[in-house]
Design a protein. Structure first.
Length: 138
């Protein structure tokens, strides 16, 4: 298993348990249920939960590296759910293509999966956005 990197994470995050390590090691049994924040950005929800002594694991965000890409490694999250490790998963959906506030828009109510005439970078944003939405719904 790849070694976890703390690069780009706030110091307080480094003390949080890492979901991948918990799943891989019988020496680190999880007692009870934890919360996790996906697409966390600055991880404000994780910080707030921690301040209120709610059990949390290290948040996931692609900005910390490909290791935290739910499209590649979401199976770890699914396994944690099946094993009962997670009581709450908050998904702060990236809105690069999903928001109607974006200009120019990439989708609307009639074209929820994206405008068929999109090209280049916008078409790729919609494709990735749709994959993330499909993963979250599943």
């Amino acid at each position: 298993m790849e070694e976890e990197s703390g690069e780009g994470r706030a110091e307080w995050m480094l003390a949080l348990p890492c979901l991948a390590i918990m799943l891989a090691s019988a020496l680190l049994p999880v007692m009870g249920e934890c919360c996790i924040e996906l697409f966390s950005g600055a991880a404000i929800l994780t910080l707030g939960l921690r301040w209120h002594n709610v059990p949390v694991v290290a948040p996931w965000d692609l900005k910390y590296g490909s290791r935290w890409d739910v499209l590649q490694h979401g199976w770890r999250l699914e396994e944690a759910l099946r094993k009962g490790f997670l009581a709450l998963v908050h998904m702060g959906t990236p809105c690069t293509s999903s928001t109607f506030a974006r200009s120019p828009q990439c989708r609307d109510w009639d074209y929820r999966r994206g405008y068929p005439w999109l090209k280049g970078g916008d078409k790729e944003l919609v494709r990735v956005g749709n994959e993330l939405i499909d993963w979250m719904v599943r």
